[in-house]
Design a protein around this ligand. Structure first.
Ligand code: GSH
Length: 225
């Protein structure tokens, strides 16, 4: 049994979708980011970085794993699923996973901050992160023009990038100019395990009511300064 500490964010969904896809037994402990639960000493003992997601694997002596990418690799190795065993296949998956961890996540994350959360609209910062997000979407689109998935069969690399690209509205970037990316997004969104994972820890679909959306924006702002 695994405990997943999470919130309804792209990084949290990377872990919950992965667990759902692999059919691993887990329980969810929701972390209230707006209340600072992630900075409490008991949670820092699990993740010294004070962020979600994190997991504790009770089958492995309560082994704790933090960083969403590291969690996905750990679960792929535990389950033997969604990452090939051969060196080249594994490397291809890790390349696209790192592309998300080092590119899509940080750039979209900053685009979200400057476009969506900060009341002051600092245009050069918005432009910088939106342009970089568009450039990265172009890289995905170009690759997906000749591949069904990012690295051979459907893998943790697809899950990681999907969970971020789906919130492109938060960054103020449209995916309509990227038809291959859109085709791939639509395909992954249909997977039942993905749909279940996106409801963890609660159903916060992108069509949230305005009031709920405003609450989310307010609590995110508090974390950023
Ligand atoms: N690189 C980390 C980033 C984790 C992260 O930034 N998590 C956010 C939610 S998506 C968080 O916990 N924020 C709370 C805070 O900043 O205090 C990962 O991939 O796990």
């Amino acid at each position: 049994m695994i405990t997943l500490y999470t919130s309804a964010t792209p990084n949290g969904h990377k872990a919950s979708v992965t667990l759902e896809e692999m059919g691993l037994a887990y329980t969810v402990q929701p972390i209230k980011l707006s209340e600072g639960t992630q900075k409490e000493p008991w949670f820092l003992a699990i993740n010294p970085n004070g962020r979600i997601p994190a997991i504790v694997d009770h089958d492995e002596g309560d082994f704790a794993v933090f960083e969403s990418g590291a969690i996905m690799i750990y679960l792929a190795e535990k389950s033997g699923m969604f990452m090939p065993a051969d060196a080249k296949g594994r490397s291809r998956v890790l390349q696209w996973l790192m592309f998300q961890m080092g590119g899509i996540g940080p750039m979209m994350g900053q685009a979200n901050v400057f476009f969506r959360y900060f009341p002051e609209k600092i245009q050069p910062a918005i432009d910088r992160y939106q342009n970089e997000t568009k450039r990265l979407f172009g890289v995905l689109d170009g690759h997906l023009a000749h591949s069904e998935f990012l690295a051979g069969d459907y893998s943790i690399a697809d899950i990681a990038n999907f969970c971020w690209v789906r919130i492109h509205d938060w960054s103020g970037v449209d995916i309509a100019p990227f038809p291959n990316l859109k085709r791939w997004m639509d395909q992954i969104a249909k997977r039942p395990a993905v749909q279940r994972g996106l409801k963890v820890p609660e159903d916060t679909s992108l069509s949230d009511k305005d009031q709920k959306k405003e609450e989310l924006i307010q609590s995110a702002r508090k974390l950023l300064v």
